[in-house]
Design a protein around this ligand. Structure first.
Ligand code: NAG
Ligand code: NAG
Ligand code: NAG
Ligand code: NAG
Ligand code: NAG
Ligand code: NAG
Length: 279
């Protein structure tokens, strides 16, 4: 941008009087240039209007310099209103005016964001015994800027785990957090949820919050478990004892019977053998 120093701030009597009011000291800027708004957050792909203005009563030239596509919507000698469209990345733009051959510029910044549209919460497993661990996973699709996102896992209203994300590209990205927790007795009485919060205040925006659908955890108490296990064990052992005693009785009975038949058999064979020998 050309930058020329003019020896005189203004010309003409009214101008000179104005210069005395506007310029507090000699050699200082005789006029101001403003860009409004100075800072703005715009949804990815969206458009925005900026007003580039000056205090110079009769500026020679002026306008906005930007890499974004711009349309002049309206103008007056002291201001120009533009629409910037298809805003796809963070950008700084300049507003300039030339007054009496001297150029002054101002800048404004635009940050793009993509709101958390869908927050998905998953409990794994959904059926847990008290004292056993389970995993909570929260997933947010396409969100930007990631460094201004905070994900909070909640049990009822109580935050269990909170996570922020580091710097990343301006393009929307998926954010995922997993947290391992131990099942408590009263976990089944609360809804689990995940809250995504995009804090754009430092960029001239607001706070966008989105919460997942609530999820419930089915809690199983080991007390009931133990009683059931004991009953089943006792019943099984008794049944086993009964069955094995019946079986043993049967086997021993058979063997005793066979031994008796067996010994008679041997005696008979022996006497047959003796008779044969004697014959
Ligand atoms: C642009 O800004 C100037 C100076 O603040 C103001 O006078 C003018 O009305 C604004 N134009 C629009 C369209 O808002
Ligand atoms: C919008 O910007 C993107 C990337 O800068 C470009 O690919 C696309 O063609 C633009 N769309 C329009 C309608 O200008
Ligand atoms: C924008 O203007 C401010 C002062 O108004 C200045 O501090 C800053 O460096 C400028 N930023 C850019 C990128 O020119
Ligand atoms: C948002 O991100 C900007 C740029 O990284 C950072 O300066 C600012 O502190 C962040 N604000 C919050 C509230 O996270
Ligand atoms: C959670 O537990 C699983 C296995 O139980 C393990 O693979 C995973 O790394 C743990 N995650 C965290 C964040 O501690
Ligand atoms: C859990 O969420 C469901 C569905 O939103 C709701 O009907 C129920 O009252 C909630 N329970 C508690 C304990 O907050």
């Amino acid at each position: 941008m050309p930058f020329e120093m003019s020896p005189f701030c203004c010309w003409g009597l009214p101008m000179a009087l104005l210069a005395l009011i506007v310029c507090p000291g000699s050699g200082e800027e005789a006029f101001q240039v403003y860009m409004w708004p100075e800072q703005q957050v715009v949804k990815l792909g969206g458009s925005w209007e900026v007003n580039c203005s000056t205090s110079c009563l009769q500026p020679e030239i002026g306008g906005v310099e930007t890499t974004l596509s711009k349309t002049l919507l309206d103008e007056q000698p002291q201001w120009k209103l533009y629409r910037l469209s298809n805003i796809s990345e963070d950008t700084v733009m300049y507003c300039y005016f030339t007054c009496s051959g001297k150029q002054v510029s101002a800048n404004a910044s635009i940050s793009v964001y993509h709101p958390p549209e869908q927050v998905l919460l998953k409990l794994q497993p959904t059926w847990v015994t008290v004292g056993k661990s389970f995993t909570i996973e929260c997933r947010v699709q396409a969100v930007a800027p990631l460094e201004n996102l905070t994900l909070t896992l909640l049990r009822g209203k109580e935050p269990l785990h909170m996570q922020t994300f580091g710097r990343s590209t301006a393009a929307p990205q998926e954010a995922v957090i997993t947290h391992n927790s131990t099942a408590h007795k009263d976990d089944g009485r609360h809804n689990f949820s995940c809250q995504a919060e995009l804090d754009l205040r430092s960029r001239g925006g607001g706070i966008i919050r989105r919460t997942s659908e609530p999820q419930v955890l089915e809690i199983h108490e080991p007390g009931q478990d133990n009683q059931m296990v004991i009953i089943i064990t006792v019943v099984s052992v008794l049944l086993l004892l009964f069955v094995s005693s019946v079986l043993l009785c049967f086997i021993f009975g058979q063997q005793w019977h066979q031994r008796r038949i067996g010994s008679y058999g041997v005696q008979a064979a022996w006497s047959r053998l003796r008779q044969a020998y004697q014959a």
